[in-house]
Structures are given as structure tokens and as C-alpha cells.
Design a protein around this ligand. Structure first.
Ligand SMILES: Nc1ncnc2c1ncn2[C@@H]1O[C@H](COP(=O)(O)OP(=O)(O)OP(=O)(O)O)[C@@H](O)[C@H]1O
Ligand SMILES: [Mg+2]
Length: 306
């Protein structure tokens, strides 16, 4: 069996300050964050649902059985630079606070993909699920759940593509099947394990996978209000006028010949570019930002054909 170090990036115990700050800085995801907290809490510790039913409905309710066999899978799908990875790797901080338990973050290494050996992908994924299942089992005892284990499968585009997709290689198809088997092996076992899969390819997601997901969250480009909120946060302390911030939020929106900026276009391109213009001799000016917002092209919309 593949060793833990070969399967995952170093495992991180949450909460942790950098990731908590990242979670807090994510704008416009409040609905997703709230739903994710509740879904994850119930998947990790189903006894909470029983306790809720006992308190508020005086005992067992039929709806509880509907939750029993759910697969602990969340799909984060959508546009580039929209917070999928950032949320996947940080929501464990919130979950940890909410459940008052440590949360362990496992990030699958997909780097060995495509080395050509049939069966390699299959065993890699199979071993990853075995590892995480064992970790979850060790975290469950007679007194309940002691920790929660989150497995993030990021950039899973090829892995999760529909098995019917035309040009799919045999090896990739085997990957989808292994992933489905792994998810099924976790469903209904009541081990505190949650799997999050991030992908740009909403349209090409395998239907069998989508059907299993406890929830699919779709991430989009920011609207004007969200661009304003992200900019306000990112420009804090630079002394940029409020009218200018509003103007940039407007300039970075969609026009007839291009889409609007992504979240990451704002945080990782526009604002850093303004800083580099000014550094090291002068402060950032309103003009730096305005002219850059006119000049920088937003990331093209991800298309399935690419
Ligand atoms: N909702 C958001 N609020 C604030 N900042 C955001 C948001 N979404 C993304 N960002 C910024 O963009 C950066 C990149 O986001 P992230 O890596 O999570 O994107 P992604 O959705 O995983 O994109 P990709 O599909 O390219 O992997 C974040 O580190 C953050 O600075
Ligand atoms: Mg990502």
C-alpha cells in the first residue's frame, strides 16, 4: 500500500491561524459557508441530528433515516479563482470551532497521474480512501467522535469527468471508478470523514458522482458588490479614496467584449500590480489602480473544450 507521505501533502491540524484568516477573508460565500458547516457537522457526527430531533420533535423522526446513508462528499465546482481551493482548505477551521474538535486536513497528491501505468491511478485513489477511512475509524470511540478528517481532492478535473466523455483515457476512467468505490465505502459507515472535490468542469462531472454528493456548491465570479467588498479589504491601509474603490469595482465588471474580473484577478493581479508600480519609491495612488483596471484583461472564462 502507498505510504501516507506519497498519497498526501503534509497533514495539517486545524484550526490554524493562516487558514482561519483565509476563511474569514472569503467574500460572498456566506450561504455556502453556513450550509457547509451544518452539512459537515452532521456527516462528521450524526448523533447531533438525533439530539436535535429529540429536543425539537420529541424523538425519532422519519427524516433522520434519509440522512443515514448519505455519502460524505461535497463538490466545489465553478469558475477559476473563485475560492474553491481556499474554502476547501479552510472551512475545517470553522467546523473545528463549531464541533469543538480537532480537524485534520488531508490534500491528495494527484501528481503521479498520467505516468502511464494502468492501475496506478486506481490504487492511488483506493489507498487514499483506505487511509482516510482508517483515520476516521481511529477517531471514533464509545464516547463519540474525537476528531474529524477532511480529504481535499483539488484540481480533480480529469478525475471526475464523465465516464462517457469522448477522449477519456482508460486510466482516467479507472480513476473515476476508483473514486466512486471510495465514496461508496464511506457512505453510511458513520466515520468522521468528509471528502471535498474541487473542479472547474461543472458540465463534464460524472453523473454518478454528482448523484452521490451530499451537496454541490457552485462558485461564480463576483458581482459589483462583492468586487467592492474584496477591493475594500485588499486595499486597506493604502489610503485609496472610497469613490475610487467604487470606480474600480465598476471598471472590473463585465463589458460587452469581456467577462468581469475573477476574485483572484482582483487579489492576485490587480492589487499586487499596483503595489509593484509604486514600490520602492512612492505610495500607491488612486491613479495606479484606475489605469491598471482599464488595462488588465480578466482571466478568460473556463470552457469545457479547453
Ligand atoms: N470569495 C472570495 N473572496 C475573497 N477572495 C477570494 C475569493 N475567491 C478567491 N479569492 C482570492 O483568490 C485566490 C485564489 O482562490 P482559489 O485558489 O480558492 O480559487 P479556485 O476557485 O480554487 O480557482 P481554480 O479553479 O483556478 O483552482 C484566493 O487566495 C483569494 O485571494
Ligand atoms: Mg483551486
Amino acid at each position: 500500500m502507498t505510504s501516507q507521505d506519497d498519497l498526501f501533502h503534509p497533514v495539517i491540524e486545524l484550526p490554524e491561524s493562516t487558514r482561519r484568516a483565509r476563511y474569514d477573508r472569503l467574500v460572498g460565500l456566506d450561504d455556502i459557508k453556513l450550509r457547509l458547516r451544518k452539512e459537515a457537522a452532521l456527516l462528521a457526527d450524526p448523533r447531533r441530528l438525533q439530539a436535535w430531533a429529540a429536543t425539537h420533535h420529541g424523538g425519532d423522526v422519519a427524516a433522520l433515516t434519509l440522512f443515514a446513508d448519505r455519502a460524505p462528499l461535497f463538490i466545489f465546482a465553478g469558475d477559476v479563482g473563485s475560492g474553491k481551493s481556499a474554502l476547501a482548505e479552510s472551512f475545517g477551521c470553522d467546523l473545528s470551532d463549531y464541533l469543538n474538535l480537532p480537524v485534520y486536513l488531508y490534500r491528495l497528491k494527484l501528481a503521479t497521474r498520467g505516468s502511464g501505468l494502468v492501475g496506478e491511478m486506481t490504487s492511488l485513489i483506493g489507498d487514499a480512501f483506505t487511509h482516510i477511512h482508517d483515520a476516521g475509524q481511529r477517531a471514533t470511540g464509545p464516547h463519540g467522535v474525537r476528531s474529524v478528517h477532511i480529504l481535499v481532492v483539488d484540481e480533480a478535473d480529469a478525475l471526475v469527468q464523465s465516464r462517457e466523455a469522448q477522449q477519456m483515457h482508460h486510466e482516467d476512467r479507472a480513476g473515476v471508478d476508483a473514486f466512486l468505490a471510495g465514496i461508496d465505502s464511506l457512505a453510511g459507515t458513520r466515520v468522521p470523514v468528509i471528502v471535498v472535490l474541487c473542479t472547474n468542469r461543472v458540465g463534464a462531472l460524472d453523473p454518478a458522482l454528482m448523484r452521490r454528493a451530499a451537496a454541490t456548491f457552485t462558485f461564480t465570479r463576483p458581482n459589483g458588490q462583492q468586487r467592492h467588498a474584496v477591493l475594500t479589504q485588499a486595499l486597506e491601509g493604502l489610503g485609496i479614496g472610497t469613490a475610487t474603490v467604487s470606480k474600480i469595482a465598476e471598471l472590473t465588471g463585465a463589458t460587452t467584449d469581456r467577462p468581469g474580473y475573477t476574485f483572484s484577478d482582483l487579489t492576485q493581479r490587480l492589487v499586487p500590480a499596483a503595489v509593484f508600480r509604486a514600490f520602492p519609491d512612492r505610495p500607491v495612488s488612486d491613479e495606479d489602480l484606475l489605469s491598471l483596471a482599464e488595462a488588465l484583461q480578466p482571466t478568460p472564462v473556463f470552457t469545457e473544450e479547453r
